[in-house]
Design a protein around this ligand. Structure first.
Ligand SMILES: Cc1cc2nc3c(=O)[nH]c(=O)nc-3n(C[C@H](O)[C@H](O)[C@H](O)COP(=O)(O)O)c2cc1C
Length: 154
């Protein structure tokens, strides 16, 4: 079973989580980055750039990921919640891999522990590709839970 970890991170919480989890598994890892980066200023990033993208469902251009996802059985997709769903560069990535036959596990983290965020994220993923197999990963869980969950993937 071949797994690819894919993540987006702005303030590096997700990046740190992915790196710690992957110290054990050593999967291939891809970071999704916007071609024109978000502002490093929180207010500008959150209340101007990201807000507009989420509200208008704009999938911004992202840097080339240089990986053929079809070589993998599972994609472990890690992201922070942005405005109640996934950040729009995740949407761009999903558009790019439309038709992927494997499973895509969603792992999210956010400031508030609101289960609605995962419901929204799944719904928005399905809107991009209704046939892709999106699976429940974890929401706002620590390292140990991730190690256990991912270690048990078949
Ligand atoms: C643009 C933006 C929007 C956010 N929207 C939400 C939100 O709707 N709900 C929430 O609980 N946290 C929200 N957050 C907080 C992040 O989900 C949280 O800080 C996350 O751990 C950041 O991950 P990162 O460091 O990998 O970017 C938002 C943060 C940013 C920058």
């Amino acid at each position: 079973m071949k797994n690819l970890m894919v993540y987006f991170s702005w303030s590096n919480n997700t990046k740190k989580l992915v790196e710690k989890v992957n110290q054990k598994f050593k999967f291939d890892v891809v970071r999704i980055e916007k071609t024109i980066p978000y502002s490093s200023d929180y207010d500008k990033c959150a209340y101007v750039e990201a807000k507009e993208e989420v509200e208008k469902k704009i999938h911004p251009s992202i840097k080339d990921i240089n990986v053929d996802v079809n070589e993998y059985d599972n994609i472990l997709l890690f992201f922070p919640i942005w405005w109640y769903t996934f950040p729009m560069p995740i949407g761009t990535f999903l558009e790019q891999i439309k038709g992927f036959q494997g499973k895509v596990y969603l792992f999210a983290n956010s400031y508030t522990n609101d289960p609605q965020y995962m419901i929204n994220s799944f719904k928005d993923c399905k809107q991009i590709d209704a046939k892709m197999k999106f699976e429940k990963g974890l929401f706002n869980k620590g390292i140990e839970e991730h190690l256990k969950f991912i270690g048990g993937l078949k």
